[in-house]
Design a protein around this ligand. Sequence first.
Ligand SMILES: [Zn+2]
Length: 409
Amino acid sequence: MLRVNFPRLKRDLAELAAIGRTPEGGVSRPSWSDADMQARGWLLDRIAAAGLTSRVDAAGNILGRWEQDGPAVLVGSHLDSVPNGGALDGALGVLAGLECLRRIKETGVSLRHPLELVAFTDEEGAFGGFFGSFAFTGCLEAKDIPRLTDATGVRIADAMARHGLDALQAPAACRNPSDIHAYVELHIEQGPTLEAKQIPIGVVDAIVGIRRFGITFRGRADHAGTTPMTERRDALLGASDLIQQGRELVLAEGTPASRLTVGVLQVKPGAANIIPAEVYLSYELREVSGAMLRTLADRSRTLIADIATAWGLTVSIETVVDIEPVPLADEVKAEIVSAAEELGLRHMRLPAMAGHDAQVVGRVAKAGMIFVPSKDGRSHSPMEFTADEDLERGANVLLLTLLKLAGTA
Ligand SMILES: [Zn+2]
């Protein structure tokens, strides 16, 4: 049975991890940064050295194809990272994909479908996230591109122009779905489940949907000393009530995969001796069931309105993010399971609670994801770690899955 050349994959992972390395031992490679550009150049060299045809599309996605006509089996992930993130998030999927293509090519196996490696642009969201996969799948519109900026206000159009690319042309990266036979992404779990259960392979069932509201409670700014406790319209009391009751709602009515996070709270006027007149908070729900996500979002809206009334406030609710959960393709899941079984590896189905390029590609093509354990579930941190044997197992499951999907001729 064909296996990856793991020492070669390890060397690639180490070389890429050195690009954008931080003093804490993590990596900082936000999209279109100097480190990202260096990583892109490095990957293009690697693709060429493997004898694959490399190409950079209009969205900056890096492609490496083993030339052959017909709908391709795509494999990949992303090279960019969050600031001071880990060395495996994204990188593992790209480099294990490269190793699989190299290994299959050098053994001369002939396949019914071509194989194509892809490293998507800005998965992590320096400029909003999923820029490359949105463009690739026809979900990016030119009119939305000018307002994509990073945290410091730099437009993606200017960041790409620095490297000779016209961001407004990115929608031209759109691939005809009939050119994609399937997409597979190997990724670290970024959660604690596989490690806790000591199961080396996760077969991702569905990718989490996200509903994020921006909520503004408005009350009245009054004197902190002269206004009696019973006569206040304190917007922060409404917000804090919602944080508590929202949590109880999700615990009581959600599933074990339901999440609620309030990560932003802005209090105005923000003075110690003035009753808070206005509070903005983010309210983010995550769920893998679309029906449950809708239920929780609807129940939350009712709760928010009730709380505003109870505290004498007005409230406005804006939907900031609305991403449906994406179930992954049964056919790809079945091939991953059969690959794991042929390799004698235990496996389990589990949801992906973070966003991934596979959820975007999965809207237009059959997509699947393989998870390997993350030590202590840590990710988006220099503490991110997966043991070598788990990396190797995951890469071998990816290799067999690709062979099955591409079909040996
Ligand atoms: Zn990732």
